[in-house]
Design a protein around this ligand. Structure first.
Ligand SMILES: Nc1ncnc2c1ncn2[C@@H]1O[C@H](COP(=O)(O)OP(=O)(O)OP(=O)(O)O)[C@@H](O)[C@H]1O
Length: 572
């Protein structure tokens, strides 16, 4: 389609000069005929017919080009969005936690909306330049000096435009973090997810003020540049006009002196008028094309970002049955921009079939440990072995299939009930039996029975006919995801925090049954849950402080015993 559009444009670019030239021939003919009434008019009517056909063709070509442009624009936009999503999916979690990365992502994303027309603009630019070349060739045939005069008239304008393009790009680029904040504030101010809290705390005034502050600053900076640009632009345009009119006068004088025919005068004057408006168009477009081109480098910058988690050159398949378990050897992890270690000096073994509970205060490093096990991050120091081999040697997809994690901040997909569960193993999206079985295991099946649409019920309030669930109900749905795959290690990060006491008890009874023979890690702040584990690992400030069974740790009388007593006291 791009090639067709290009060819059409080339043909279209020859049209103005052809029309003008036929016009010239017509005028010259009419003048001859007006002096000589006996002459044949057949040739004249042929020319008029030709001009008519050319005019219709010009119009048709323009429409075809516009159509192609809009279709190409849509395709381009869809294609780039897909590419951005696919590339983002390849990158690591910690890259998403980095502000510089977000700026790049944001700038790349802008390209899909703002720059879709770039391609058609470049093609229009080429088309107009070719038209100009045709028109200029006509002028050149008349007198080469005219072209040189015109060139001198337009060069300052081009230089001026590119200077301001650079400045405007630098300004916009510098504003990227604030623009993201602006978008975020706009989202806070008007979104279904934030409305409840914004109302309760009456935050709208605060948010609107922040928006006004940020947007006023942008406005001020942009205004200054726009005014400068416009003043200089006017000055350069005036210079240009002086050049055109000097050349124009030159031709008129030629006509008065009888050096050019009236037809030629009409042709040259027409060429001039067209050249002038073409140049204007080219200059304006030059601004957006060159801006587009500069912004395009951001687009490619984003695709330059490579994931840091290296895939093994010869990845090993995940063991069919884990033999020795996971061994942590002095594992430490520090987040990219953090001062503190989130995990440090971890030495322990998770045996096959073992149920291990992680306990520790907020920020002790429990979730981080789980992220290391599922290779969302690699350890900063030390290593994790699985059956004696470094986790990094295993095939990543295989590993993720075998290590199932339900995080505490799981997603509430605004999709159907069944799709929400199938998210746990999207290859089984159409396996209704498995979805139902998983729902049963997490107690979500009772919920499905109550929903008007059953398993096809749209969840969440964002789309039509959606039903909102309670916190605990969402949690049961998310929990069902864990049962969608036959993972050998199942990790639940505070999976029952929103469940009522009865549901929690039942969920764990089932969990214990369903994961018999498999390894599992539970993170919980509820000791009623924790004590069901074979062993408990107590973390403090990222380090392992105690490990053992509930009874052993109580006898030891350390941190675990203290925390347990504290909670038990609350129930007395
Ligand atoms: N994405 C991140 N970037 C930087 N630091 C982080 C990030 N996530 C967590 N941290 C820091 O790492 C430390 C451990 O966090 P982690 O989430 O592992 O704690 P946790 O034990 O799971 O806490 P909680 O019980 O509150 O869920 C915290 O001090 C936290 O500030």
């Amino acid at each position: 389609m791009t090639i067709v559009s290009f060819v059409l444009r080339i043909i279209r670019s020859a049209m103005p000069v052809a029309l003008l030239y036929v016009g010239k021939l017509i005028i010259d003919d009419v003048i001859i005929l007006s002096h000589n009434h006996a002459a044949q008019t057949y040739h004249l009517w042929q020319l008029v017919g030709l001009e008519f056909v050319l005019a219709i063709l010009t119009d048709g070509l323009s429409r075809a080009i516009t159509l192609m442009d809009s279709l190409l624009g849509d395709l381009f936009s869809n294609h780039t969005s897909v590419r951005i999503m696919s590339h983002a999916a390849m990158l690591d979690l910690d890259q998403f936690e980095d502000a510089v990365f977000y700026d790049k992502l944001e700038r790349a994303r802008q390209q899909t909306v703002g720059r879709t027309i770039l391609l058609s603009q470049i093609m229009s630019q080429i088309q107009d330049l070719i038209t100009m070349a045709f028109l200029a060739a006509g002028l050149m045939a008349f007198n080469p000096w005219l072209i040189i005069m015109l060139l001198f008239a337009i060069i300052p304008a081009f230089l001026g435009e590119s200077y301001f393009n650079d400045r405007s790009y630098l300004l916009t680029r510098g504003q990227t973090p604030e623009r993201r904040e602006l978008d975020y504030v706009r989202y806070l101010g008007a979104s279904d997810e934030t409305a409840k809290e914004i109302k309760i705390f009456d935050l709208s005034g605060f948010i609107i003020d922040r928006f006004k502050q940020l947007s006023a600053r942008f406005y001020k900076d942009n205004k200054r540049l726009s005014i400068q640009r416009s003043l200089w632009g006017t000055f350069f345009a005036m210079l240009g006009s002086v050049g055109y009119y000097a050349a124009y006068v030159f031709i008129i004088v030629g006509a008065i002196e009888g050096k050019v025919s009236i037809g030629q005068l009409a042709f040259l004057a027409g060429s001039f008028r067209q050249l002038r408006s073409l140049l204007e168009g080219i200059l304006t477009r030059f601004t957006s094309v060159s801006q587009g081109a500069i912004y395009l480098s951001d687009f490619f910058d984003f695709f330059e970002i490579r994931p840091k988690i290296k895939l093994a050159a010869k990845p090993l398949p995940f063991p069919k049955v884990i033999q020795q378990g996971f061994v942590f050897e002095d594992v430490g992890f520090k987040y990219v921009n953090a001062e503190r270690w989130a995990n440090r000096h971890l030495n322990f073994t998770l045996y096959p079939g073992e149920k291990l509970a992680l306990v520790g205060e907020n920020g002790a490093g429990k979730t981080t440990l789980v992220k290391l096990l599922s290779r969302l991050y690699d350890p900063t120091e030390g290593r994790i072995l699985l059956d004696g081999v470094d986790l990094r040697e295993y095939d990543l997809t295989d590993l993720r299939l075998n290590v199932g994690v339900i995080f505490q901040d799981y997603l509430r997909y605004q999709m159907t009930f069944a799709q929400n569960i199938a998210a746990g193993n999207i290859n089984q999206l159409h396996n209704d039996a498995l979805i139902k079985q998983s729902a049963k295991q997490s107690l979500a099946d009772l919920l499905a029975a109550k929903l008007p649409g059953g398993y096809n019920q749209q969840l969440g309030k964002r789309f039509a006919d959606g039903v909102e669930l309670s916190g605990g109900e969402w949690q049961k749905v998310a929990l069902a995801r864990a049962y969608m795959r036959d993972a050998q290690l199942l990790i639940l990060d505070e999976p029952t925090s929103a469940l009522d006491a009865r549901a929690e008890y039942e969920v764990f009874q089932r969990f214990a049954d369903l994961t018999k023979g498999k390894s599992a890690i539970l993170i919980s702040h509820r000791f009623s849950t924790v004590r069901m584990a074979d062993r408990i690992l107590v973390l403090e400030k990222g380090e392992l402080k105690e490990i053992g069974s509930h009874e052993e740790l109580l006898i030891k009388g350390g941190i675990y015993a203290e925390l347990f007593d504290l909670q038990a006291m609350g129930y007395r």
